[in-house]
Structure formats: structure tokens, C-alpha cells
Design a protein around this ligand. Structure first.
Ligand code: SF4
Length: 284
């Protein structure tokens, strides 16, 4: 079960995305997948290249559109494990409409966001996750906007699996991705993944100083949504671990009446003449 391929990533040395790639590969192997059982769908951005760096089915989509493609792949072939991935600009700016509706729809897809709080591919502009006051070439006097809070947003949108990690915590990140894959419904995993080239504020050291592990908090209960929201607000979203999981709510596929027992991708879609004539009659 080798999810590595021969393509050499062209990420900058030290980019946090390397660990996310390794964690996906390890998690897929750990849950017993074969490369032909996995599809990795990505958007645009440095992190969007990840679909080409994993030995599986892959699709490098367009900006902000990883999730519609990923949901379509899952609905077309339920036998595939589907991972969508991209950056915070991809998922929380242009793609936010898709993110929020994928969350409430609860299709069985794992969405991994590489959150570096900047646009890296376009050489360093303020992203929806950049903090107020953050200086970049697009905000030379400091951003006057407020950063989006993706974990809080996910909780209010009805997410059934919300987690956060840091790219250097490879063991924890791998375990969270495994749990996300095994979750029956949509799972959102936000990964603090430093951009070493353009973000000189939110560095590895900055995250080490500012992140708190939920596993170190006595009495934390990831099935308690209210506690999850209170904890996020108290720590300004800077926590890592499984924030919330709801195992009661059914996935979209389970609720969809008439959803084929056999994956659509394997169904015989040949239309004989009699069937075709009948369909035409229905529309005349
Ligand atoms: Fe990673 Fe930033 Fe380099 Fe892009 S520009 S590959 S996000 S370090």
C-alpha cells in the first residue's frame, strides 16, 4: 500500500504542506485503503498541487471548487474514499459557499484545509485567515478586515466532524485524518501549515507558542457542541485535536431515497431503444 509516487513536490523547502501530504499517505495506508480506493480532489493554490503528489485517483480542479467535484465523485462512486484539499484562500474565500453547503449537506467526504493565513501561490497577499493588522503587499498598512473563524463557522453550519491540527504534529494529524475518513459524513480538518516564504508572522515558532492541545484540557468532551464553541472562543480558535464529532446525524447518502445500492460508476447505463422511446414519450 504505497501512496507515494515519483512526482517531486515543488513546494518551498520547509513548507507545511509536505507534512499534510505525508499524513494523508500514512492515514490512507493505516485504514487499509489501496491506491485505487482513494480519490484526492484539490483546488488551486500551492496546496492544490497535493492531488498530483499522491498515488491515487486525483483531480486538480479550479479555484474554490474542490468540494463540488469531491461530492460528485463520492455520489458517483460510493466505494471510493474521497479527500478534498486546498488552502484557506481556496476554501474560505472563493470556495466558502461550497464549504458551508458541503458541511450542512454532510456528504461523506473528508476536507483538509492547509491554513497558512496568506496567498502563497500568488506571492503573498492577505487571505481570509490573515489577522487584522497583517501586512502584505496587498495590505501594506495592515489588514483592516477580521479573519474568518472556520471552526466556529463549521459548528454553526451543522458540521458533524470538526478538527484542527498543526503540520508538525504528524502523528496527531495522521490520526485525525484516519478518524475523518472513518467518519460517516462530512469531516473538516483545518491544518495550520506555515508558508515559510511569505508569512513571516505565523511561523512554526509562532504556532508552537500559541496552540493548545485539546487532549491537555481536562474534561474536554468532543461530543459537546456548546463546549466546543466556548473552547474555540476562549482560545481564539487556536486549539488542536478533535473539536467536535456527532455520530448520530445520518450522512447525505444514508438519507437520500433511491440512492443506488450499486455505485453509479459501476451501473450499466446502456439505454436500449425501447427504453429510450419510452423516455422520449414522457417528454412529448
Ligand atoms: Fe508553501 Fe508558501 Fe512556498 Fe507556497 S509559497 S510552497 S505555501 S512555503
Amino acid at each position: 500500500k504505497d501512496f507515494r509516487n515519483d512526482v517531486k513536490p515543488n513546494w518551498c523547502p520547509g513548507c507545511g504542506d509536505f507534512s499534510v501530504q505525508a499524513a494523508i499517505q500514512r492515514a490512507a495506508a493505516n485504514v487499509g485503503l489501496e491506491p485505487e480506493n482513494l480519490a484526492v480532489i484539490s483546488g488551486i493554490g500551492c496546496s492544490g498541487r497535493i492531488s498530483g503528489y499522491i498515488n491515487s485517483y486525483g483531480f486538480h480542479g479550479i479555484h474554490g471548487r474542490a468540494l463540488p467535484i469531491a461530492q460528485g465523485v463520492k455520489m458517483g462512486n460510493r466505494d471510493l474514499t474521497v479527500i478534498a484539499s486546498g488552502g484557506d484562500g481556496d476554501g474560505f474565500a472563493i470556495g466558502m459557499g461550497h464549504t458551508i453547503h458541503a458541511i450542512r449537506r454532510n456528504v461523506n467526504v473528508t476536507y483538509i484545509v492547509m491554513d497558512n493565513q496568506i496567498y502563497g501561490l500568488t506571492k503573498g497577499q492577505t487571505s481570509p485567515r490573515s489577522a487584522t493588522g497583517f501586512k502584505t503587499k496587498s495590505t501594506p498598512e495592515g489588514s483592516i478586515e477580521q479573519a474568518i473563524a472556520p471552526m466556529e463557522m463549521a459548528l454553526t453550519a451543522g458540521a458533524t466532524f470538526v478538527a484542527q491540527s498543526f503540520s508538525t504534529d504528524l502523528k496527531d494529524l495522521t490520526a485525525l485524518i484516519e478518524a475523518g475518513i472513518q467518519h460517516d459524513g462530512f469531516s473538516l480538518i483545518n491544518v495550520f501549515s506555515p508558508c515559510v516564504t511569505y508569512n513571516k508572522v505565523n511561523t512554526y515558532d509562532w504556532f508552537k507558542e500559541n496552540l493548545t492541545k485539546l487532549s491537555d484540557m481536562e474534561g474536554y468532551d468532543s461530543s459537546n457542541r456548546e463546549l466546543a464553541m466556548q473552547t474555540l472562543m476562549k482560545h481564539n480558535g487556536l486549539v488542536t485535536g478533535l473539536i467536535y464529532q456527532n455520530t448520530e446525524r445520518k450522512s447525505y447518502q444514508e438519507l437520500l431515497k433511491g440512492y443506488s445500492e450499486k455505485p453509479l460508476a459501476q451501473a450499466d447505463l446502456t439505454l436500449d431503444q425501447a427504453h429510450f422511446d419510452k423516455l422520449v414519450q414522457e417528454f412529448i
